[in-house]
Write a protein that binds this ligand. Structure first.
Ligand code: 3HC
Ligand code: NAI
Length: 697
């Protein structure tokens, strides 16, 4: 293996090349290497300027996140950047791929920056619950202005090279090749440009010195757009320090805030999610080189709520898709909804008319299954009835080419039973999209007993192609997400009987960080769906099991949620804002009376425990049964499918952060008080007794 950082000269330009795959993270070897090569370059009398450049797919993508939990070895990044800044020769960063976090900070320590047109730069630290810790909050406002720095640092989103150029972050756009960097460096030398240190610039921060309102506004905006997240607020404080303090003091302030953020629960949670997201597609028994089938064409059966959205996913990814329903009218209706969805995106300026037309052109309606005999994958999204699904799969098996994958979007039915009606059970898989399927990022990939590794690997690859987060789950009623959510909503309804009103329950969970509480979520999903399931289960429900009738009572009155403008709340036409409804409040009070429950004041803390702890308890069962591969997969499902607050790391990480033993003790207390629905999961009990955690190793 070559050196991680090496020095070589071409003509009058010395190149310091970082080669630390996969993303050139700033591990200790890279930090030391840059300092050493910089000294070598400074001492090389033939070199008139130095270029810091990276091998592989990207410029430095940031600090090495895996080193965060270990003691820091010298030199730290600030020392590396100081060495760059103090170099007696011009140092130029040559950026390709992504210069992120510590990577951009390193580039900002150079005297000049050039970038390939496809490059991106950004300070994504807030996404890890921290702030830039190597001068990013001090140098970026000095070079790009305070407003731009606020946006880049609080959003964490990268910006393209052209925008970085316009903001002054990048001095020159070069072609993709090494030669471009060399030519720019030669130009710097030829023009005798000065050693420009960003730390010495003041005009852009001076502008904001008399404008405290800029920070107040940023704080207010972030409190709304990043509700509950601490790091963006920390970022604003650090930028304010850049404006009001001399550079070195500002840098110190940044360091203090960085250190505080690094050891916060939020940062541990967000870093957990960063790695969980990358872990999720790694399946223990599927080798890295597992062959996959190419997906060049698709079909969706059923042009209803889900089918339309699923078809859009294929079209968005440029994959032609045939959309089938049983009558021309139904197909047309489905296509009409798709068109309306796209048109809405065009109206918002987020899609061009041309792209919309192209995507619509990729969706071909059909009535007969004969039209789909050559497609690579079929996703079935017909009614949730086993007999209908079996019929559809028999037909598909007979008509589709033998290599084709047959997927079902069922949310509750047994995928093994569906696979069994075909002669190709190894090609049958569940692809459980979430509603609205064109928006929600989560895809539960249901691995049935006979699903082949190739089929599974193809589904995982397809998830990436259509920009979903695919999580592999096993077969059981409700899979992972919906199986867990059952207890969450159930407890919300019990709380209504015990003394809370819908708005109180929902507010507690909104304040916890969910985008909306369980009752508003139920109104959005449609109360009739659960009602139908509960009616089916009524015969087998144990007589001594606690049951809240409120959901059923609402449905009996035709209150199906938002779609009927009434559910747990009432709604104005065309407005999703829930309005507390005295009728529902009266219903809650009447239910308490009917059941002989004395209504009591219920704290937000109890509401959160009552609703969130069932997620953890069921999650533990799911883990023990092997339905989910890892606790972190469950966390990903909850974050992408249900809006669980990222800064709490998902339900299983949340259990760890509260303390598994403490969660277990509360669950035992609830078990005693509210009965057997609260029986602690055996795994939870064992972990509590053995002092183990779900996600912290
Ligand atoms: N440190 C350690 N490992 C990292 C890393 C980092 N900063 N960034 C990526 N990796 C690892 C990933 O975990 C993954 O490992 P795996 O193959 O074992 O799963 C591998 O590199 C490839 O990463 P991706 O799968 O994400 O590759 P992509 O090509 O899809 O994306 C990327 C590349 C855009 C660079 C993306 O990896 C990314 O966004 N990385 C994080 C960037 C970041 O947050 N930087 C800031 C770090 S904090 C910091 O710099 C603090 C400073 O202010 C002091
Ligand atoms: P829907 O009722 O909106 O759409 C079903 C469509 O399938 C209808 O247009 C119907 O005409 C068509 N259809 C029925 N039988 C057919 C057949 N034999 N051939 C061709 N078309 C046929 O239902 P929805 O909500 O889209 O659900 C579809 C599937 O997706 C179900 O299995 C459901 O459990 C699942 N699902 C639903 C979610 C939701 O939130 N609605 C979420 C995730 C999964």
């Amino acid at each position: 293996m070559g050196q991680i950082v090496s020095y070589a000269r071409k003509g009058a330009i010395g190149f310091i090349t970082v080669d630390n795959p996969p993303v050139n993270a700033l591990s200790i070897g890279v930090r030391k290497g840059i300092v050493d090569c910089l000294a070598e370059g400074a001492a090389d009398t033939e070199a008139k300027a130095l270029v810091l450049i990276c091998a592989g797919r990207t410029f430095i993508a940031g600090a090495d996140i895996t080193e965060f939990n270990k003691p820091l070895e010298d030199p730290d990044l600030n020392a590396v950047i100081a060495a760059l800044e103090d170099c007696p020769k011009p140092v130029i960063a040559a950026i390709h791929g992504t210069a992120l976090g510590g990577g951009l900070e390193t580039a900002l320590g150079c005297h000049y920056r050039c970038a390939a047109p496809s490059a991106q730069v950004g300070l994504p630290e807030v996404k890890l619950g921290i702030i830039p810790g190597a001068g990013g909050t001090q140098r970026l406002p000095r070079i790009a202005g305070v407003q731009a720095a606020l946006e880049i640092i609080t959003s964490g989103d990268p910006i393209p090279a052209a925008k970085a150029h316009a903001l002054g972050i990048v001095d020159e756009i070069i072609d993709e090749k090494l030669e471009g960097a060399q030519a720019f460096a030669e130009k710097v030398v030829a023009e005798g440009r000065p050693l420009r240190r960003i730390r010495d610039l003041d005009d852009k921060v001076a502008e904001a010195r008399d404008n405290a309102a800029i920070f107040d506004e940023a704080r207010k905006a972030v409190a709304k757009s990043k509700r509950g997240f601490e790091a963006p607020q920390h970022g604003i404080n650090a930028i304010e320090a850049a404006v009001n303090l001399p550079f070195d003091l500002g840098l110190e302030r940044e360091r203090e805030i960085f250190g505080e953020a690094l050891f916060s629960t939020q940062s541990f949670a967000q870093r957990h999610i960063f790695f969980a997201e990358r872990q999720v597609s790694k399946i223990p028994d599927i080798p890295k080189d597992q062959s996959t089938l190419p997906i060049r064409s698709a079909a969706v059966i059923g042009a209803g709520t889900m089918g339309g959205g699923i078809a859009m996913n294929f079209a968005n990814a440029g994959i032609p898709v045939i959309l089938i329903d049983s009558t021309q009218e139904l197909v047309n209706k489905g296509l009409g909804v798709i068109k309306k969805n796209y048109a809405g995106t065009v109206a918002k300026g987020k899609l061009t008319q041309e792209k919309m037309d192209h995507r619509m052109g990729l969706i071909a309606p059909a009535l007969s299954f004969d039209a789909i005999k050559d497609v690579d994958i079929v996703v079935e999204a017909v009614f949730e009835e086993m007999d209908i699904k079996r019929e559809v799969f028999k037909k598909l098996d007979a008509i589709c080419k033998p290599e084709a994958i047959l997927a079902t979007n069922t949310s509750t039915l047994d995928v093994n039973e569906i696979a069994a009606v075909t002669k190709r059970p190894e090609k049958v898989i569940g692809l459980h999209f979430f509603s609205p399927a064109n928006v929600m990022k989560l895809l539960e990939i249901v691995r049935a007993e006979k699903t082949s590794k190739e089929t599974l690997a193809t589904a995982l690859a397809l998830a990436k192609t259509i920009k979903k987060v695919g999580v592999v789950v096993g077969v059981c009623d409700g899979f992972v997400g919906n199986r867990m959510v059952h207890g969450y909503v159930r407890e919300a309804m019990f709380l209504l009987e015990e003394g809370a009103l819908p708005q109180l329950v929902d507010k507690a969970l909104y304040d916890f960080g969910f985008p909306m509480g369980p009752l508003q979520m139920s109104d959005l999903a449609g109360l009739d769906v659960g009602w139908r399931i509960r009616k089916r289960q009524a015969a087998t429900r144990p007589k001594d099991e606690r049951y809240a009738e409120i959901g059923d009572l609402l449905c009996e009155q035709g209150r199906y949620g938002q779609k009927t403008l009434s559910g747990f709340y009432k709604y104005e036409p065309g407005n999703r804002n829930p309005i507390p409804d005295p009728e529902v409040e009266a219903m809650c009070i009447a239910e308490s009376a009917r059941k002989g429950i004395t209504r009591r004041a219920i704290s937000d803390e109890e509401i959160v425990k009552r609703c969130v702890y069932p997620l953890i308890n069921e999650g533990a069962r799911i883990l023990e049964e092997g339905i989910a591969l890892r606790a972190s997969d469950i966390d990903i499902i909850y974050i992408y499918g249900y809006g669980f607050p990222v800064f709490r790391g998902g339900p299983m990480f949340y259990a760890d952060s509260v303390g598994v033993e403490s969660v277990y003790n509360d669950i035992c207390a609830f078990h005693k008080e509210h009965g057997k629905l609260w029986e602690p999961a055996p795994l939870l009990e064992r972990m509590a007794k053995e002092g183990k955690t779900f996600t912290m190793g």
